[in-house]
Design a protein around this ligand. Structure first.
Ligand code: UD1
Ligand code: UDP
Length: 361
């Protein structure tokens, strides 16, 4: 068994967080070659997570950096393929829905290698979203599909995928549970004067549909600016660039407490202490739910439908008036159902991979 090897592909911020609980357990049972595509590369978007979470240094950093979707994915395909040629892994493991995910899955398909996909079976129903293309194509290439909920099983079945599907729960729940106690308070992160618990709203924005359309971005800034509480906004570099490009930077920094992206421990601390969060992130919607923080989602649809149905997440799109009113809602939140597993998702993922590879090892 110890000879079997898994080539794990990460590249973007949320993937470092998803990989850390899985990687730790995987390495107890078989060998892992960790490949960082280099999709994210700033210290605060990449290295900080490896340092804080004690993730082993990647065996390869492919340094692809930023480019348009086709070029970025093409560079990843070429370089991942070279690593596969050198390492001859038994399987490729991918996470989520980024270009790094799709590139790993496609290389595996072209090399006739099995693919394992963590966070399979999620759909927004919006084909204009680059991530939706990545999700559908990655699932089509996958042999092992690790899904967070029963709904995802149905989604895959509707697309004709029924083999190799396992409900594992959400590895991000495992991740957040393991760090929550170490997360500092908001006042420690933001320094003097800082904010106390429930004194601020946390906001993150980076979705292409929001950053690349100046009218939507202006409307999001206007909506957030109308918050009755101060808004702390750790800004993705994409959003900082877009605000500057669309001449909205002054407006945003005057109205919001704009800070650099923060590491995972700080982010969990900020989210835990926030009165509510406004976000277009996928991962943050779930993390808000796990930490009992009300969520306002700056999109028209979500892959994490269960959080909306549970009454903990409201979809408001980029409409300034809708954002304003969602930031003011004071109705009681309903009792929280248990969604996306009980914190042992990584264990299930690794068990499935080990039993799949055992006959071949
Ligand atoms: C990517 C994923 C998205 C995910 C997000 C997580 C795709 C299609 N998109 O979006 O699903 O939610 O990561 O954060 O894969 N940049 C920097 N420094 C960095 C990284 C990016 O300055 O370290 C800037 C560059 O200007 C770059 C832009 O951000 O062009 C976008 O980066 P990219 O990785 O292409 O997409 P994200 O928006 O980060
Ligand atoms: N996150 C972080 N620092 C930040 C913003 C987000 O550590 O400044 C973490 C957050 O806790 C979550 C993940 O990054 O685990 C979400 O990543 P992002 O929103 O970039 O991507 P998405 O989930 O939308 O793909």
């Amino acid at each position: 068994m110890s000879d079997a090897s898994v080539l794990s592909i990460v590249g973007a911020r949320p993937q470092f967080i998803k990989a850390f609980p899985v990687s730790r357990l995987l390495r107890e049972q078989l060998s892992e070659v960790l490949v960082h595509t280099g999709q994210h590369y700033d210290f605060g978007m990449s290295d900080v997570f490896f340092e804080e979470l004690d993730i082993p240094e990647p065996d390869y950093n492919l340094g692809v950096g930023s480019a348009n979707h086709a070029n970025q994915t093409a560079a990843m395909l070429r370089r991942i393929d070279e690593v596969v040629e050198a390492e001859r892994p038994d399987m490729i493991l991918v996470y989520g829905d980024t270009n790094s995910t799709l590139a790993g899955a496609l290389v595996a398909a072209k090399r006739d290698l099995p693919v394992a996909h963590v966070e399979a079976g999620l759909r927004s129903g919006n084909w204009a979203m680059p991530e939706e293309v990545n999700r559908v194509l990655t699932d089509r290439c996958s042999d092992l599909l690790f899904v967070p909920s029963d709904r995802a099983v149905e989604t895959l079945a509707d697309e004709g995928i029924t083999e190799g599907v396992t409900v594992t729960g959400d590895v991000m729940y495992d991740a957040i549970t393991s760090v929550r106690d170490r997360a500092p308070s908001a006042s420690a992160i933001l320094g003097d004067p800082g904010y106390g618990d429930d004194e601020y709203v946390l906001a993150t924005v980076h979705r292409q549909a929001n950053t690349d359309d100046p009218a939507r971005l202006a409307s999001v800034v206007e909506g957030l600016s109308s918050s009755p509480r101060p808004v702390v906004a750790p800004l993705h570099p994409r959003t900082e660039e877009a605000l500057k490009r669309h001449d909205l930077w002054e407006r945003a920094t005057a109205a919001l407490d704009v800070i650099e992206p923060v590491g995972y421990l700080d982010f969990v601390g900020l989210l835990d202490g926030a009165e509510r969060v406004a976000t277009d992130s996928g991962g943050v919607q779930k993390e808000a739910f796990y930490l009992d923080t009300r969520c306002v989602t700056l999109r028209e649809e979500t892959e994490w439908v269960e959080t909306v149905e549970a009454g903990w997440n409201e979809l408001v799109g980029a409409d300034a008036a809708a954002i304003r009113s969602a930031l003011r809602r004071t109705d009681e939140l309903p009792e929280k159902p248990s969604l996306y597993g009980g914190g042992r998702a990584a264990e299930r993922v690794v068990d499935e991979i080990v039993s799949y590879l055992r006959p071949r090892a």
